[in-house]
Design a binder for this molecule. Structure first.
Ligand SMILES: Nc1ncnc2c1ncn2[C@@H]1O[C@H](COP(=O)(O)OP(=O)(O)OP(=O)(O)O)[C@@H](O)[C@H]1O
Ligand SMILES: [Mg+2]
Length: 316
């Protein structure tokens, strides 16, 4: 698999960006009748490894370093580009997602692809590895700056609000058995707390606690919600579900106790450590449950500077 595609963030950007965002628009082309003897100079002076061959606005082939080398080896006779170029050209369209270009680079092992306008198949540019990397880095930088601005704005919220007491409430709805979306609330909360300027250790602890409670909700219940109340001194979290309930809470809290079915264990859950992890991450935790009705996990994490524990708590 492509090294680009292994990283989830790069894959995500590969779907967000279009080929046109990363292509090189500086069109260096030759005609079919251009003599082969001129190709070396064009490749060298432009530091490129392939040149699209254009006949009346239409792409008819590509001549690359390999074609040049073969021509030189065979005696460098006096012939035109048309005789030596590759005619079966793999192309891309400007409006395709960039991930297609990344996949094609991997699949064909070429260094460049001509890019065409879809409507008229006119050459619009070329895409290369360097162009892809440049496009991805540019997008990463834009995203990073936007996140910094959001962070800056949000982190002043508490200072800007004038009241005797200020709280922000975040609500997340969770659907049971939906493993595609499992963990989304925890990661959304993590992002939000970071933007609010919450201490990274507090963010980590709150996110782990919410993640474990969210996973339990997804695994054991049909549906539920997570309500997070953030004020300048603490984060209060309530996770409530309409599920089967827990008959013996004390037992459920014991490390290693799990009633997770086999198919859930195959997904990597069911070590019986979730509730225990929550306990280690929060300052206080309270589980209440009614069999046949549902479960409610309440917890809070103190965020006031003097109560922030900088010691890294183990999470089991
Ligand atoms: N929301 C819930 N509804 C019903 N039962 C629950 C719920 N949360 C936990 N339980 C019960 O408590 C047990 C222990 O939960 P815990 O989160 O500690 O472990 P686990 O979910 O089984 O495994 P792990 O969290 O390590 O993947 C569960 O196996 C289940 O029997
Ligand atoms: Mg669990």
């Amino acid at each position: 698999m492509s090294p680009y595609v292994k990283a989830p963030k790069i894959r995500e950007l590969g779907y967000e960006l279009k080929v046109r965002d990363a292509m090189d628009r500086n069109l260096i082309t030759v005609q079919p009748e251009t003599p082969m003897s001129k190709v070396r100079g064009v490749l060298r002076s432009n530091r490129i490894s392939g040149i699209p061959v254009i006949d009346k606005d239409k792409l008819v082939g590509v001549v690359c370093v390999e074609d040049l080398v073969n021509w030189l080896r065979a005696g460098a006779d006096n012939c035109s580009v048309e005789e030596k170029m590759s005619k079966n050209v793999v192309t891309l369209y400007t409006d395709e997602p960039l991930i297609h270009a990344i996949n094609k680079l991997e699949q064909y092992g070429f260094f460049h692809f001509p890019v065409l306008e879809r409507e008229n198949r006119v050459l619009a540019g070329t895409i290369t590895r360097e162009g892809i990397i440049r496009g991805l880095l540019k997008k990463l930088e834009i995203d990073y700056r936007e996140e910094e601005i959001r962070h800056y704005r949000a982190s002043h919220v508490f200072e800007d609000m004038i009241a005797d007491k200020t709280s922000l409430i975040f609500q997340y709805y969770v659907v049971g058995q939906d493993f595609n979306r499992a963990g989304e609330s925890a990661s959304a909360l993590k992002k939000t707390l970071k933007r609010l300027g919450t201490h990274p250790e507090i963010v980590r602890r709150a996110a782990i606690a919410v993640y474990e409670a969210e996973m339990n909700l997804v695994i054991f219940a049909r549906s539920g919600e997570i309500i997070v109340k953030v004020d300048p001194n603490q984060i209060r979290i309530e996770v409530e579900d309409s599920g089967p309930g827990i008959p013996d809470i004390e037992k459920a809290m014991q490390p290693g106790y799990s009633t997770a079915p086999n198919w859930v264990r195959e997904l990597g859950f069911g070590a019986g450590m979730g509730l225990n992890n929550i306990k280690k991450c929060v300052d206080e935790m309270n589980v209440t449950s009614t069999v046949g009705k549902g479960t409610r996990v309440e917890m809070y994490v103190a965020t006031k500077k003097e109560s922030v524990s900088y010691e890294v708590k183990g999470t089991g």
